[in-house]
Design a binder for this molecule. Structure first.
Ligand code: DX5
Ligand code: ZN
Length: 223
């Protein structure tokens, strides 16, 4: 069964507590928390005060996705704000191995996020060291974008890499997850499904989360 991580980016920031409670009471497993700096991505989301507020009410782990340059500068601050899992972008980290060790030394799980254009072969030398790969299925920066279909192939190849390395690393898919892409992603080996727009634009977010949780791999073609 997939781990479901609703993305808070699409929540109602004027009443965040209500959406946090909805996620607490739903079948969701994690909170997906998108941090954007306006430099690495062309958008700015939120920072430490919002994450701290979230942590106060959240009864499930915070999966924090950093879309920022120089993420290593803030590892400790994200730990203090309440991150349980911290993902940094491979494209933002010239010293990725060091960054991963730093995250782990702060007692968090370490993830690496990878953009649609970046070849997953670049993960080969760290795959055994990390807890999660956040495979971007849209260009990061905004919720509600169209799913990039090449992700299916990348996901299946990444799964192969993980199995070959005998690594203990989850594959998380981020962007455009819905009732069509979800089952196909599960059949390609995805372990964690992030969903923002699909959950929060639906009439009954809690039921949409339940539907995601009940999704099973699709055995037919990947189109
Ligand atoms: C995109 C973010 C995603 C986003 C996913 O930059 O990293 O987590 O919230 O949104 P949806 O599910 O709406 O595509
Ligand atoms: Zn994200």
């Amino acid at each position: 069964m997939a781990i479901i991580a609703p993305s808070v980016l699409s929540a109602n920031f004027a009443n965040l507590e209500a959406d946090i409670e909805m996620i607490n009471n739903s079948e969701a497993d994690w909170f997906h928390v998108d941090v954007m700096d306006g430099v690495f991505v062309p958008n700015i989301s939120f920072g430490f005060p919002v994450i701290k507020a979230l942590k106060k009410f959240a009864k499930k782990p915070l999966d924090v996705h950093l879309m920022i340059v120089e993420p290593d500068k803030y590892t400790q601050a994200f730990k203090e704000a309440g991150a349980d899992l911290l993902s940094v972008h491979i494209e933002a980290c010239p010293h990725l191995h060091r960054n991963i060790q730093n995250i782990k030394s702060h007692g968090m799980k370490a993830g690496v996020a990878i953009n649609p254009h970046t070849n997953i072969s670049l993960l080969e030398n760290v795959i055994a060291d990390i807890d999660l790969v956040c495979l971007m299925s849209v260009n990061p920066g905004f919720g509600g974008q169209k799913f990039i279909k090449h992700t299916y192939i990348k996901c299946a190849e990444l799964k192969e890499m993980i199995l070959k390395a005998n690594a203990n690393c989850l594959i998380e898919i981020d962007g455009g997850v819905n009732e069509i892409t979800g089952p196909q992603l599960l059949s390609a080996g995805a372990d964690v499904l992030v969903a923002g727009n699909y959950v929060f634009a639906s009439d009954k977010p809690s039921q949409t989360i339940q539907a995601l949780k009940q999704m099973r791999p699709n055995t037919t073609s990947m189109h």
